[in-house]
Design a protein around this ligand. Structure first.
Ligand SMILES: *Cc1c(COP(=O)(O)O)cnc(C)c1O
Length: 397
């Protein structure tokens, strides 16, 4: 209470393990598309907590649904049924046309579960224990050891070896590279539908289609990681829904609970019928009543606010404005993205400096890879918000 920015920062640095170089601001509250620091400065948030706060910061019904659940019960464990659980799973399963949901507490845990389900499926098929997974270079799937093992980033992986075995890496959007990694032991191919941390690279439609065909022909499971690009961010509930292919296993998190820690892996009928059974997987918190109340409230708000149509509309405007910026500034090499997941690849201009300049002018944006300015605004942003953000980015460049 009543500490200065400097004091909050010093206290945190004294006791919190230093695994992040945090931006020097202490956030206190949020409203709509704005965050406020302890000094009362307002920041328009074009990062939404790394693609989490899809609904913006002051959705009243979302907050009230959480408060109501807090007053009833927050946690019961998975040894019992709870009231919001079934509806939350139904919402998620129906939104992707898949069969069964397992709720986790994070994205990385959703990836762990997806890997286990894929391995178990292959194990039940042929009883062998040396199955392989093909993952993509420059991917990101999380920081736990299993998820890190399929994350195509040598810098993240090296200090923590040995990782889980049987992972081969292929080049994203290069089908020959995937074919070169196929063996009789391949049980799954995992990728983000739109690579996020790796620099905002959407999958090529032809690539994803061919991967799906390879998977069909060899009974390999396709795992699509929709943790960052899913939940409406690209204009459909999940990005793969624009590609005419379906995953066998999908992971979700980030905006799924809009700030309440919840993730999920979702299995299609084929995998659900022949993989994880009681005793194979578990979690103490996963799918607890508070998390499921959040998921239900998120899906209700998506419907009520007609967010998918809104995203399509406002994203088209954002893309147009970003393309204008790209035409104007030589330091923008390329705009990439889908919907409200956009990146500007910079050249000859350090992205960190642009982020700092934007923050000083009241706009929060983040980076991806080392040279991409990344935007993941709340899905509720308006065209006026876009205009304001574009003008700040313009002057920051
Ligand atoms: C953020 C992210 C993860 C990891 O999620 P956590 O909740 O941080 O564990 C996995 N995959 C993708 C694509 C992500 O963006």
């Amino acid at each position: 209470m009543g500490m200065t920015t400097k004091e909050y920062m010093e206290l945190s640095e004294e006791y919190v393990l230093h695994t992040y170089n945090r931006f020097p601001l202490v956030l206190e509250k949020g409203e709509g598309t704005y965050l406020y620091d302890v000094e009362g400065n307002a920041y328009m948030d074009f990062a939404s907590g790394i693609g989490v706060f899809a609904l913006g910061y002051s959705n009243k019904e979302f907050g009230e649904a959480l408060k109501a659940q807090v007053d009833k019960v927050i946690h019961t464990s998975n040894l019992y049924y709870n009231v919001p659980l079934g509806t939350a799973a139904e919402h998620l399963a129906k939104s992707c046309g898949m069969s069964k949901v397992f709720f986790t507490n994070s994205g990385t845990e959703a990836i762990e579960g997806a890997i286990k389900a894929a391995r178990k499926y292959a194990y039940l098929r042929d009883n062998s224990t040396d199955h392989e997974i093909i993952a993509m270079n420059s991917s990101f799937h999380g920081r736990s050891l299993g998820a890190l093992s399929v994350t195509g980033n040598e810098h993240y992986q090296e200090p923590f070896r040995p990782l889980i075995g049987g992972v081969r890496f292929a080049e994203f959007n290069n089908i020959d590279s995937v074919k070169a990694q196929l063996t009789d032991k391949t049980c799954a191919i995992i990728m983000e539908t739109v690579q996020g941390e790796g620099g905002i690279y959407p999958a090529d439609p032809a690539f994803l289609k061919e991967v799906r065909e390879i998977c069909n022909a060899r009974d390999i499971l396709l795992i699509l990681d929709e943790i960052q690009c899913g939940m409406g961010r690209t204009g459909t509930m999940f990005a793969w829904q624009q590609y005419g292919v379906q995953p066998d296993i999908m992971t979700s998190a980030k905006a799924l609970g809009c700030g309440i820690p919840v993730g999920a892996f979702v299995l299609n009928e084929k995998v659900a019928k022949a993989s994880l059974v009681p005793g194979d997987h578990g979690t103490t918190y996963g799918g607890n009543p508070l998390a499921c109340a959040a998921v239900n409230a998120v899906f209700e708000q998506f419907e009520k606010l007609d967010l998918l149509s809104h995203v399509k509309d406002v994203a088209a405007y954002l893309e147009e404005k970003l393309d204008e910026l790209a035409a104007k500034h030589d330091c923008i090499k390329e705009r990439r993205g889908k919907g409200l997941m956009q990146g500007l690849e910079l050249t000859g201009k350090p992205v960190g400096e642009v982020i700092t300049a934007a923050r000083e002018k009241g706009l929060l944006v983040i980076s991806a890879e080392h040279n991409v300015l990344r935007m993941l605004p709340p899905l509720i942003i308006t065209k006026e918000d876009v205009d304001k953000a574009i003008s700040i980015i313009d002057s920051s460049l």
